[in-house]
Design a protein around this ligand. Structure first.
Ligand code: GLC
Length: 574
């Protein structure tokens, strides 16, 4: 492939075609911050690859697909939880942080995954779920034995109000009160998620030290870092009913950094719903000594209904969507670091939410990938996104397994919402949309399992699958491969400045990156209709020319140029 000059930037991606796009391992570069040139891939273990026919994906299954992931070019895997768990919330309810759920394999399998991934230049990032445990964790079992238990203070307990009702009005994210009465000891415990997920008491230093020791144990086993589940909740002040972004959040994160992360070449990403750019800088600026980056969800929550929330999504307003990305790109230009994503295991499929999962499925999936991956930050690909997988399309509540969906179904039905309305919301936004099994091929079981899958396989697997998509030089996988490679090879993609173009254009998503005199202009039709740049508006650039980094063709774009549905150009000049 020769050296990585700007010329090869232009030519090689198109020329490389399908052949081997990924030779050299780049992760764990001694210079640190290797994650700034890496792309992440999220594996949701239950739904990725089932090696033993029990209908549930597992660690040996993931190991068997490392070649596929290496071919895609990723730098690290965010592995959703594989710890011991009763699986009330699919592993986000952990009963032992230092053991593996037998459904997924053994600790030896985990060590093998870490080692084999590492030999391919891929880091394994564990999901760190320490806002809460499972109610089957030995800490909680001991804590509920008596008010004097040595572990009582690992959790958050309050007396009932005089009338016997919960201590305050805090609500669970999965619906209903966040308090459950423990009959045996006569106090309520806090759970911001399911009642089987009691919240840990971070104000207890012994608990914090236990968490840090556990993190060190995993880091010593060779994991490349942590994705920190709802980490913005750990500094909570319950008596003031403050849960997110509480007063002790950042002090705890600095303490954690000092105790476990400092001096290690790892990556950390905190899940922080509701974070502002200011918060993000606080978390991710180098001098903060907290995290590498966070996930924030402004572009997701902007399009939820005021009353029914995610269960009644609003249509995407492109001007508003662009304004959000622009705000984050600009705010974190010089300090802090962005993560970039369309989807994850809690969100609908990218192509169903932001693109067209019908006629223009492939084109819109390629457009979405291009728009996202050419911004500044670390992109996260959610399993199946790289082949344009779509929402589940379930028609009956019985098809769902997700605890959140089932809880809200009960609550909203009880509040008078019709079955049809709720199901329409769930079809758009239930977490199970992202959790249907990975579609590897067109054979029965979609190449995911030889058994009965734990959650229904999307009916379109004979058409939408990795084998078929990868055989198509214009497929979705190929575009992800190209984009991931560009990030590794191009300082312009990694570090260049960002400027939103045509902010008020209702159909085009356009921006420009610039570094050392080189410019990359991305122009994307975000709609199913043909569109033009049209008349000058704020941010207008008279005409744009350059060579498309994918096709290698030279383009001159003027106000009159037409963009066909979901067309995207990425023009490099000079
Ligand atoms: C995070 C996870 C989600 C989980 C919740 C509770 O939001 O992404 O899947 O249900 O935390 O752990």
């Amino acid at each position: 492939m020769g050296n990585i000059s700007r010329r090869s930037f232009v030519g090689s991606v198109a020329a490389a075609g399908g052949a081997c796009l990924l030779p050299q391992a780049m992760a764990f570069a001694p210079a640190g911050k290797w994650w700034r040139s890496a792309t992440a891939y999220q594996v949701y273990p239950a739904s990725f690859c089932d090696s033993n026919g029990d209908g549930v994906g597992d660690i040996p299954g993931i190991i068997s697909k490392l070649g596929y992931l290496q071919d895609l070019g990723i730098g690290f895997i965010w592995l959703s939880p594989v710890y011991a768990s009763p699986m009330v919330d699919n592993g986000y309810d952990i009963s032992d942080y230092q053991d593996i759920n037998p459904l997924f394999g053994t600790l030896a399998d985990m060590d093998r995954l870490v080692a084999e991934a590492k030999s391919r230049g891929i880091g394994i990032v564990m999901d760190l779920v320490v806002n809460h445990t499972s109610d089957e964790h030995r800490w909680f079992k001991a804590a509920r034995q008596s008010r004097d238990s040595e572990f009582r203070d690992y959790y958050i307990w309050r007396d009932p109000k005089p009338d016997g009702s919960p201590p305050n009005g805090l609500q669970s994210a999965f619906g209903g009160s966040a308090w459950t009465l423990d009959e045996h000891t006569g106090q309520f415990y806090l759970h911001l998620f399911a009642s089987a997920q009691p919240d840990l008491n971070w104000s207890n230093p012994a608990l914090r030290q236990a968490v840090y020791r556990m993190m060190g144990w995993w880091l010593d086993r060779g994991v490349a870092g942590f994705r920190m589940d709802v980490i913005n909740l750990v500094g909570k002040d319950i008596d003031r009913e403050v849960t997110a972004d509480g007063p002790m959040l950042h002090p705890y994160l600095r303490e954690m950094h000092e105790a476990t992360l400092k001096g290690r070449d790892c990556v950390t990403v905190g899940e922080a719903w509701g974070a502002t750019p200011r918060d993000a800088i606080q978390y991710s600026a180098e001098e903060s000594h907290e995290l590498s980056m966070i996930f924030q969800f402004e572009h997701v929550q902007k399009f939820w209904d005021e009353k029914f929330g995610k269960w009644q999504p609003k249509p995407i307003d492109l001007v508003a969507l662009k304004a959000i990305f622009n705000k984050w790109q600009v705010a974190l230009a010089d300090s802090g670091w962005n993560s970039l994503f369309w989807g994850n295991h809690d969100l609908p499929r990218a192509v169903s939410r932001y693109g067209d999962d019908g006629e223009h499925r492939v084109g819109s999936a390629r457009m979405l990938a291009t728009v996202l991956h050419l911004m500044k930050g670390t992109p996260y690909v959610y399993q199946g996104e790289e082949i344009g997988m779509t929402n589940a399309g379930f028609r009956h509540i019985e098809q769902y397994r997700d605890v959140e969906t089932l809880n809200f179904h009960k609550l909203q039905r009880a509040a008078g919402r019709s079955e049809e309305e709720f199901l329409a919301g769930a079809r758009a936004n239930s977490r199970d949309n992202a959790r249907t099994p990975m579609q590897w091929n067109a054979r029965p079981g979609a190449g995911f399992t030889t058994g009965k899958p734990w959650l229904g396989i999307n009916g379109n697997f004979t058409k939408v699958n990795a084998e078929g998509d990868r055989a198509d030089p214009d497929g979705v996988f190929r575009r992800y491969q190209q984009l991931i490679r560009l990030r590794r090879e191009s300082a312009l993609v990694r570090e260049g400045s960002f400027k939103l173009l045509y902010p008020d254009h209702p159909e085009l998503f356009a921006y420009q990156r610039e570094l050392a005199g080189a410019k990359l202009t991305v122009l994307a039709n975000f709609t199913v209709r043909p569109t033009r740049l049209g008349v000058a508006s704020a941010g207008m650039v008279e005409s744009i020319s350059g060579r498309d980094v994918f096709s290698g063709k030279h383009h001159v774009v003027t106000a009159e140029s037409t963009f066909h549905p979901y067309q995207v150009l990425a023009l490099l000049e000079p």
